[in-house]
Design a protein around this ligand. Structure first.
Ligand code: BG6
Ligand code: MG
Length: 214
């Protein structure tokens, strides 16, 4: 039986995936690098420096470590500007209800985001208290698609991975969940999230009883 649900943040609970996209696209453009929504799918769920590496790989130029740090900081400043004024009204439709449904069913809730801004966003959305555990991205060795983050969340919750559902909007995230041995619930399009066990368009379609089968 399912005993815990572990949520991704960006693109699942809030539309911050779009802000990451806008900030990366602007940064890529300053470097003369093409950037579109299709390429952006490969960046979702991937941490800041690894995302930057994927973008800069499109350039013929070589960047020093210092230059990369400057670019990563610029992107993050832009992202922080875009998210600074978020409020609970910016929770995606169905997000609060899904979190409440998990708690009401007596299951544990976890948050597994590789974003170092996750705690700030949780504060803006006023949902920190909805989680029994929030993995601190600063303490991770690997980004998604490695399973470390979902395994860490399950471990903190004291639940076997096989009794966990992971909820993700990204390709890297679904791979991470599956590698952790969990049920992968995709948010978005089944054409994109091909490895998910089930895909729903958004959390308004979250029906715990459909997944928590004994
Ligand atoms: C993930 C996003 O949640 O966090 C990625 O899907 C983002 O797009 C990553 O790059 C890292 O975020 P941050 O806030 O640490 O730069
Ligand atoms: Mg995401």
């Amino acid at each position: 039986a399912i005993e815990a649900v572990i949520f991704d943040l960006d693109g699942v609970l809030a539309d911050t995936a779009h802000f990451h996209f806008l900030a990366w696209r602007e940064l890529a453009q300053t470097q003369g690098i093409d950037f579109d929504e299709t390429f952006n799918e490969c960046l979702k769920g991937v941490d800041r420096m690894a995302s930057l590496e994927l973008i800069l790989r499109q350039s013929s130029r070589n960047y020093t470590h210092e230059e990369k740090q400057v670019l990563a900081n610029k992107k993050n400043q832009h992202y922080q500007q875009l998210t600074a004024t978020m409020t609970p009204a910016d929770l995606l439709p169905g997000a609060r209800e899904a979190l409440e449904a998990v708690r009401s069913a007596g299951l544990k809730t976890g948050l597994a985001s590789v974003s170092k801004n996750a705690f700030f966003i949780l504060e803006r959305l006023e949902i920190r208290d909805c989680f029994d555990d929030v993995v601190d991205a600063a303490l991770l060795t690997h980004t998604k698609p490695h399973p470390e983050i979902f395994l860490t969340a399950a471990n903190h919750l004291g639940i076997d991975p096989s009794a966990c559902i992971g909820v993700e909007d990204s390709l890297a995230g679904i791979t991470s969940i599956k590698a952790a041995g969990m049920f992968a619930l995709g948010i978005g399009s089944a054409n994109v999230l091909t490895d998910a066990d089930l895909v729903i368009p958004d959390l308004r379609h979250f029906l715990l009883n459909d997944y928590a089968v004994n």
